[in-house]
Design a protein around this ligand. Structure first.
Ligand SMILES: [Zn+2]
Length: 83
């Protein structure tokens, strides 16, 4: 079998393959989150790269400081699992 002759016809471009994700996720962005202790003192600032789940973000339970829960780290496949 000649592997070179078995190239897939036309792979979808990266932009196309995430198009369904973009209907409920934002583009990949960097967001700073502050980590607070029990006294509401900022103990650390994390810069995280990921996507907002636009659905969760509208959810009142992710309002304010809980918004970290609507921010999805990791690759497109983990976002897809979340759908
Ligand atoms: Zn969500």
């Amino acid at each position: 079998m000649d592997a070179l002759g078995e190239l897939p016809p036309s792979r979808p471009t990266k932009k196309e393959s995430v198009r369904d994700l973009l209907t409920i996720f934002s583009d990949t962005v960097k967001v700073k989150f502050t980590v607070k202790d029990d006294d509401n003192e900022v103990v650390a600032v994390q810069t995280l790269k990921g996507r907002w789940c636009l659905v969760c973000r509208e959810d009142p339970k992710f309002a304010g400081s809980a918004c970290r829960g609507a921010f999805k780290l990791g690759g497109n496949s983990s976002c897809r699992q979340h759908i």
